[in-house]
Design a protein around this ligand. Structure first.
Ligand code: GAP
Length: 446
């Protein structure tokens, strides 16, 4: 993980937020390449959820919602983690995570086991961030930053049903920020207090819920492997009865083998009719579906695949990270699926003279608009290749002396390091075709 964190900082993908003020506990900012990478992850999610289906529609609901939302959903009463304080060091810990944590005074021991530790009894701590709506800070003005995007979907069920003209089975998908006042955030962007979720609520006739639960588990698992995650680093783990949330009759986690061990990447839950029933009760609105064919009225059941955009981005980074020896020199390379790579092609003049920069810029103009393209003329060619390898650019196009004679360029491939001579006129077509080819992680062969 340290190597991933260092690479992300070095190349400006992801770095500590508010750095000039010394940072703000486990909040992160995404720089240029990080934005492009996470955007590609989200685009791939939208592609799988929307573009490749006709039974899911999109939504972007507000982060601030009516406080009754969180009463109905159970978050106000029950979205808590057990918290224990240490009277000696003043630190706070997740009481149910103590064995995995370190005592700040004696890091070889978990909190509570050090000679001077003095932990309080665990008490419930609500993870929702509170804020105040409007200029007066009285009790009635308290609102919450949403702790999940899902509830914005449930409260809009009736709206969406009306304007989308869909009928169950159909889904509503949303991507957006969520906030949780995590007691122990950490492991880079794995657990933060502000993060992005990619959630889809799929409404089905009650009798079809189990079948759709199975289908969505498989579909979401396959989404990761199709984007290059190695299958032996991914697993589906069914929750046992003791682990299930109050609303769920079945839940499975898609787990990835992070450097911190197998950890949740995404959850797929069969939420039954819990959410629609609760919101119907608290709002007084009927949240149900009337089937004109069977003349039956029912509350749809919900299958929910809930993923984290930051956590998925971290998994793709971890899975892609590689170090190898090339001609006696070590190169660090992100072997990302080309569809996820922040930059698809870099155009590099061999020297900064003889008309090479001008011709390179001409090539950049022709490629730009078709694929994310970068121009780089700074430093030796070896240094520039290494820079592109580190951000996972699948192709580098080099303009050299020969280019000026015969209008051909060298295309260097990130994974195999193979080089091919291609005519400038054919370049955009060749690269587009290569980017569309099926791809699997070269790390599988190792
Ligand atoms: N609506 C259901 C729900 O929110 P969840 O398992 O709490 O379920 C779904 O969250 C996903 O959101 C997780 O699998 C994870 O990828 C991401 N996530 C949750 N908490 C997070 C945090 N503190 N930091 C980063 N990602 C988080």
């Amino acid at each position: 993980m340290d190597k991933i964190v260092a690479l992300c900082k070095r190349r400006g993908l992801i770095f500590a937020s508010s750095e000039i003020y010394g940072g703000l506990g486990s909040t992160y900012d995404y720089g240029h390449y990080g934005v492009l990478l996470k955007q590609n992850v989200k685009n791939e999610w939208w592609r799988a959820m929307l573009s490749e289906r006709d039974d899911v529609v999109a939504l972007d609901s507000a982060i601030l919602q009516h406080p009754r939302t969180w009463e109905a959903s159970g978050h106000l009463a029950g979205f808590t983690d057990p918290l224990a304080d240490c009277r000696t060091c003043g630190q706070r810990f997740r009481a149910d995570h103590l064995p995995e944590l370190q005592c700040p005074r004696k890091p070889s021991k978990p909190p509570g086991d050090g000679p001077e530790c003095d932990l309080t009894e665990a008490r419930d701590f609500n993870l929702m961030f509170e804020t105040t709506m409007g200029p007066v800070k009285d009790a009635g003005a308290t609102v919450y930053l949403r702790p999940e995007t899902a509830q914005g979907i449930f409260v809009n069920f009736k709206n969406v049903l009306q304007f989308s003209r869909k009928k169950p089975p159909f889904g509503i998908a949303q991507v957006g920020k969520s906030f949780r006042n995590e007691i122990t955030p950490g492991n880079f962007v794995f657990r933060t207090r502000e993060f992005e979720q990619m959630e889809m609520e799929f409404f089905v006739p009650p009798a079809a819920a189990s079948e759709w639960y199975e289908l969505w588990k498989q579909a979401r698992h396959d989404w990761y492997t199709e984007l290059g995650i190695r299958a032996d680093h991914l697993r589906l783990r069914e929750h046992d009865a003791g682990e299930l949330s109050h609303y769920s009759s079945a839940t499975a986690d898609i787990e990835y083998l992070f450097p911190i061990g197998w950890s949740e990447l995404e959850g797929i839950a069969n939420r039954g009719d819990f959410d629609l029933t609760q919101h119907a009760e608290y709002s007084g609105e009927k949240l149900e579906y009337f089937d004109p064919q069977s003349k039956q009225r029912y509350v749809p059941h919900v299958i929910e695949p809930a993923a984290g955009a930051d956590r998925a981005t971290l998994a793709f980074l971890v899975d892609a990270y590689d170090e190898e020896d090339v001609g006696g020199e070590q190169r660090t390379v992100l072997k990302l699926h080309p569809r996820l790579a922040p930059v698809k092609v870099a155009v590099l003049p061999l020297v900064r003279k003889d008309g090479q920069p001008e011709l390179s810029r001409e090539i950049v103009s022709a490629l730009r608009g078709r694929m994310q393209t970068e121009y780089d003329e700074g430093g030796t060619i070896g240094k520039r290749y290494r820079r592109q390898d580190e951000i996972g650019t699948p192709f580098c196009v080099t303009v050299d002396h020969q280019t000026l004679e015969d209008r051909t360029v060298t295309v260097r491939e990130r994974d195999s390091l193979a080089q091919q001579r291609v005519a400038i006129d054919a370049l955009a077509g060749v690269l587009a075709a290569r980017l569309a080819e099926p791809w699997q992680s070269p790390k599988l062969a190792k």
